[in-house]
Design a binder for this molecule. Structure first.
Ligand code: HEM
Length: 229
């Protein structure tokens, strides 16, 4: 009998919502010199979150594991066909089509993070900034399709998937539930995030008088009050 069961562990939920916020914040602060440090901080946060998710994809609970949701073309085609036939296959974790966007978001997050870091280190010219911008815009486009997919999927399956990503609970059989939300790993992730932000603020403060912070690259304090609007 179907009931509400625990599907998304705490680290996956914390990862998701902090990733969404970091991406939104980094994207919105990308064009302004005044918000440059915040942009860099959120970029590092995004990269760190993805690094965590890559590890969690092999060590996390059942539905967080790549082996559970990364499928080949035949599973994706079968799922899409079931949608077209009006009898959508129900998947307790990510459905095969949604999983394609999850993988794309992780790959584009890595590409945006690495290219952003290279821009910060001045290891390329104008073209590298273009590449960084391209990856970030591609990520925005995939996020838009991801959100649309979540809305359509929620309607088709009669289940609020956004709420499920908050509570961790979805429709399923009792035997399909994960045994624990893994609260300690969730706290570890939160502590890591808070520790990193705290250290960044401290680092920026101690280097306020010099032209180079260890984290934010070569932005001098003289640049910080300028806005390039
Ligand atoms: C209001 C905005 C958003 C909503 C409502 C939303 C909703 C969701 C939902 C419901 C899922 C689970 C899908 C399923 O049941 O299979 C999910 C997964 C995911 N979303 Fe979003 N999302 C949003 C924004 C974003 C953004 C901005 C990003 C990336 C920058 C993102 C990246 C991901 C990733 C990577 C997963 C897979 C989670 C995992 O397995 O770790 N989402 N999202």
């Amino acid at each position: 009998m179907k009931q509400r069961i625990l599907v998304w562990d705490l680290p996956t939920r914390i990862f998701h919502w902090t990733l969404a916020l970091s991406f939104a914040g980094a994207y919105l602060t990308a064009e302004s010199e005044r918000w440059r440090d915040i942009h860099v901080l959120l970029g590092y946060t995004l990269a760190g979150l993805i690094a965590f998710r890559l590890i969690w994809g092999f060590t996390g609970t059942r539905y967080a594991r790549f082996a559970e949701f990364v499928r080949g073309p035949s599973a994706i085609t079968r799922y899409l066909k079931s949608l077209a036939d009006g009898r959508p296959e129900h998947h307790v974790g990510h459905n095969p089509a949604g999983a394609v966007f999850v993988v794309l978001l992780l790959l584009l997050g890595i590409a945006s993070g690495v290219s952003g870091w290279m821009v910060l280190e001045d290891s390329g010219g104008e073209w590298l900034e273009e590449v960084h911008e391209f990856f970030s815009n591609a990520m925005l486009a995939v996020v838009a399709v991801h959100i649309l997919g979540v809305i359509v999927s929620s309607r088709l399956h009669g289940e609020n998937l956004t709420l499920a990503m908050l509570t961790g609970r979805k429709q399923g059989e009792a035997g399909q539930a994960i045994p624990s939300p893994r609260p300690l790993a969730g706290l570890f992730l939160l502590a890591g995030l808070l520790g990193f932000w705290g250290w960044s603020v401290y680092d920026a403060g101690t280097h306020a008088e010099t032209a180079r912070s260890s984290l934010f690259g070569s932005a001098g304090p003289q640049e910080k009050d300028e806005d390039d609007d």
